[in-house]
Design a protein around this ligand. Structure first.
Ligand code: BGC
Ligand code: CA
Length: 437
């Protein structure tokens, strides 16, 4: 009896090790910090090319949709600031559902080895990015919904962090139940926390690394799965703990380093099609500056042959918003996603400089230390700005102080168009006020 158990355990360990470190790609990429380069400024004396009033210049919000950070309600004043105002992001609900499903699929497929301490409870911990960011909220809900741990409040799943919940008594979540191969397991959110550092920066990778240290020290063998609202925090937890422990860890963004880590046991991630978003961010500005139909080079081919198909984005007119669609990236398909900074081929054609002369764009990144924006989004923008003949000045924020960014917009007359990534989604008016002066 004892011997059989030992053998089963040994077999299970061999299996999980194979699943964990067994891939043969041998590739290990260095984690990207995503800092410093955001400060790049393309130096030039040029000023804006026409005499369009600042309030009438094209404006695109991206990555952080103008909205109320408590209710999620869209800020339509900011989104309709002028006729050439848009938002570019991704479909948060579709992506959240995919992330939850990806985690659930993994658990079901690996049911024989997933419950590390054999107590019949599949325990997971969750790193939350920003409790006031609708994308972060959607991801927390998506995971809880798929795993059966969500509790409804006013018709939506509660997205509040639980702190620790090793005994299953928290009220923002409940124990889920999962039946696989005739056996019923409990699924429990053992702990979750907003990863905000003491200075106030959210989605903070270092805070997530510390949290997994604290959690694993007190209930490490109950943690069977690690889930994160993004790869920055996910990779920090993976490197700090779960990689060595062979605990599958799931993130979001499909940053290059996270995709490479799938070969070393990272469970999976979601591509939010940053290659399409970065294109759209600059493309809507280009179209407005050219005075052409907004669909040019988007749903309708442009003169260089750039065009997108509707399997990668959707446009919601009533929200003035373009949303890229998401794709799950797992051990089965990660080879197709190894470079997150590669331009999307169908929109990689250079525009002619005579028909589309150089224009100046002011663009900020809310936090120069943000992994996704620094290691994936900005490098993509820097490739598309060349293809679209836009001279972009990249402004780097610190992730905390809106005024540090708005201060850099003191002379909007020098630019033809604006691309804005806010620190707080409520703060649209801080920017539009400057353009209205
Ligand atoms: C990304 C996060 C990032 C955040 C910044 C999200 O879409 O998934 O990784 O920190 O944007 O606003
Ligand atoms: Ca367990």
């Amino acid at each position: 009896m004892k011997k059989a158990l030992a053998l089963t355990l040994a077999a299970a360990m061999a299996l999980s090790l194979a699943a964990c470190g067994g891939s043969d790609t041998g590739s290990s990429s260095t984690a990207s910090t995503g800092t410093s380069e955001a400060a790049t400024t393309e130096n030039t004396e040029a000023t804006a090319s026409g005499d369009v009033a600042n309030k009438d210049k094209p404006l695109v919000w991206f990555n952080r949709q103008p909205s109320n950070s408590s209710t999620g309600e869209l800020d339509m004043n900011a989104l309709t600031f002028n006729d050439n105002t848009y938002y570019v992001g991704f479909d948060a609900n579709q992506g959240a559902e995919l992330q939850g499903q990806m985690v659930l699929d993994y658990i079901q497929k690996n049911i024989d080895t997933i419950d590390r301490n054999g107590d019949g409870i599949i325990g997971y911990v969750l790193a939350i990015g920003d409790i006031g960011h609708n994308d972060s909220i959607a991801r927390t809900r998506g995971v809880r919904s798929a795993l059966g741990t969500g509790v409804e409040v006013d018709g939506a799943i509660d997205s509040a962090p639980v702190g620790t919940n090793t005994d299953g008594t928290a009220t923002s979540v409940k124990d889920g139940s999962l039946e696989v191969n005739g056996k019923t397991y409990i699924v429990r959110e053992l702990a979750s926390q907003e990863m905000k550092n003491s200075a106030g920066a959210t989605w903070d990778a270092a805070t997530a690394g510390n949290a997994i240290g604290t959690w694993s020290a007190s209930f490490g063998d109950s943690i069977d799965v690690v889930v994160s609202n993004n790869d920055g925090m996910g990779m920090s937890m993976f490197n700090a703990w779960s990689k060595a422990e062979c605990v599958p860890t799931f993130g979001y963004d499909a940053n290059t380093d996270a995709v490479a880590a799938i070969a070393e046991g990272y469970g999976g991630t979601i591509s939010q099609h940053a290659d399409v978003q970065a294109y759209l961010t600059l493309r809507v500005l280009r179209n407005a500056l050219d005075g052409v139909d907004i669909d040019t080079g988007i749903g309708t081919p442009d003169d260089a042959g750039n065009v997108l198909t509707d399997d990668v984005y959707k446009y919601v007119e009533s929200e003035r918003s373009y949303y890229a669609l998401n794709v799950a990236v797992t051990a089965e398909n990660y080879q197709d996603f190894t470079d997150s900074t590669k331009v999307y081929e169908p929109v990689s054609n250079q525009l002619d400089a005579t028909a589309h002369p150089t224009k100046k764009v002011w663009l900020d990144i809310y936090n120069s230390a943000d992994n996704f924006l620094g290691s994936t989004y900005q490098p993509l923008l820097q490739k598309y700005d060349d293809l679209l003949n836009l001279e972009v000045e990249y402004i780097a924020g610190d992730g905390q102080t809106e005024a540090n960014i708005t201060n850099r917009l003191s002379n909007p007359s020098q630019y033809d168009a604006f691309a804005i990534n806010m620190v707080k989604t409520d703060n649209g008016a801080s920017y539009t006020a400057l353009l209205s002066q």
